[in-house]
Design a protein around this ligand. Sequence first.
Ligand code: CUA
Length: 341
Amino acid sequence: MRARFVVVLLAAILSGCATSHQSSIDAAGMQADRIGRLLEFLLIFLSAIYVVVIGFFLWALKRRPPDPEQQAIEQMHQATAATQHRLLNWTVAASGLTVVILFGILIAAVSTGAAELNYHDRPASVSISITGNQWWWAVKYVSPDPQKIFVTANEIHIPVGRPVMISGTSYDVIHSFWAPNLQGKMDLIPSRVNTQVIEADYPGRYRGQCAEFCGMQHAHMALWVVAEPEAGFEKWMNDQLQPAAAPSNPDELRGQQVFLNNACVLCHAIRGTTAGASTGPDLTHLASRSTIAAGTLPNTKGNLGGWISDPQRIKPGNHMATAPVPADDLQALLDYLESLK
Ligand code: CUA
């Protein structure tokens, strides 16, 4: 029975390691690695202190006589100036040691942060501006060259081995950008811009999550960071820079008309069409993204249909309007949206 309990307990603990897509102890870049090392240091150091304190506690318990009241009276009689002085010295020394330890921890934490600041000296080759919204991420790739600026949402791609500058702000309430495999948290605050640098050492898909409670759908405010080798990243970026694919068959053409004649156009943009609103995510290359509704569902035709038909059922409280679209129009609309690679 006990063996079974241990197995279940171990399985429960280890299930936390099942995926490393979103983990601050599985660093994929030097920033997260530095934070991970600080965590490791604090864990070991503070565990040692814990063991010492518990050791003293057990030692004191062992010294405790059977009748504490009697002992207290005896101590009162025995107490001399010398023993009181000795106790005072111990107290001062222990307090001093505590201050030194706390300062040591402070220095370790601040120098981890300072190393991050110094890192900004290395010019970032890619610059991404992220704006938190309830409950999705607006993403803009910025560049001195206007031809290289584009907008997307809820998924960012970065080249492996190159520093990427992320600047973040918020459209409404305070959010926090956090891709733990790559970096620590960064608050997204209205009318303020914070920055951080991320750099992935390995290709991979890393999950980011809003890390500041921002309302009802805070938990459904995720984002994927896709780190790709140089060639893959360049290809992705060139694809994103293109306007949306034109409808290639009558169904897609009808779907485009449905989109442009419905409420969709009041919030979303599809570059290359007349839709240019920015209240909701940019849909120019929607089909190239792996999820919809900010990481809530895999981007499949069925999920997209469910999302458009009744977004409040999937993500209650979100700001997507429910547009009543007849079934055959919806099919055409889905054909069109799924063609936006
Ligand atoms: Cu945005 Cu929590």
